[in-house]
Write a protein that binds this ligand. Sequence first.
Ligand code: ZN
Length: 392
Amino acid sequence: MQRAGLLLCATLLIGCGDDSSSEWTVGPATGDGGQDAPSADAAEEESPEASAADASSDAPPQEDAPTEDAPTEDAPDAAGELQGFIGSPCSSAADCKYAEAVCVTNGAVNGLCSLACTTSCPDQDGHPVTSCVEPSQVPEATSLPEGLCVSRCNFGPYPATGCREGYGCVKAARPGDPTTVRWVCLPNKSSDLPACYTELAARGVAFEPTVMKDESPNTHPNLTCHVIDPLYVESPVHGVRLESGGKETKRVLGSCRMVNALVSTADDLKPLDVIAIQHMGTYNCRVIAGTDKLSEHASGDAIDFGGFELAGGAVYTVVDDWIHDDDTPSTAGGKFLYEAAHRWYDQHIWNIILTPEYNSAHDNHFHVDMTDGSHFLGFTSGHYLGPNVYGD
Ligand SMILES: [Zn+2]
């Protein structure tokens, strides 16, 4: 039921995150899928799961959304800063184009469009997701004693630091809720980002760093799913779209190191005219079926690839185009898939690559992950290139 609810959230574009406000949300569902992502109770081994964290959000804005402002109001200014919404610069509240706006000017660099809040804040398409933070985080905002809305860090509009100039990307808790923490942009602070985030940003990748609470699989309450440096990467990645279920997925949740490998995969495929990767699931707090061992999906370190779309219109899917028991596939799709898996292995892009040759659970996708210390390409037809780490 949880999963169905989340899919509904994605479909309706209502923010179902813990600090979203549905009436205001006109853009992407807020990115709190990390805590709300579904757990697969009875997944086959490494079978792909469409994660709610991959929620697509490309439906049109809702009719009742605040739309009185012309789109040009949101266009970046000369400094490349987004205008008119929470987190934007302002000289007075009139610059902040939403109800009950507050412009914090007392010490906030170039003004800060904000809003009073206690737990949640509105979001708007084209702007970073927002968060409600403790007033102590912005002492200049003396008129907002309960809490204030700020924008989360996002390396799409702000590729250098994730924030406007003069603002730092730091972790901040929701008022009265120290366990709900987000990476947000605050004035007069220095960024305090893990190295993996800054390295990913240096590669020119649009993403929102996030914070996830640990959770446990429903079936294994003794196990803990923990994601190191979680983030939402935005499609396209280096020009390659991310798709799931025939639609673009605007944001995909995963660990930073997994996303780094995903970017390298996009870089590998782009020269071959690949325009889209069809994926079938990333983060999912579950065990490998039939075992008591956490899947690499449970740490956000894995992704499943179902197929690849080329600029000329060809679509190569693992289920249809993989040629079994053949080291020299002669079809275009078979050759493409075979060579892709081997390149990623040879280039150490992924530490584990499971193909249809590994077992029947992978007949329709490549499972690729970042298992520490592994260098494994899963073939069983005489092509083992490493230990069978899953003890299949
Ligand atoms: Zn998988």
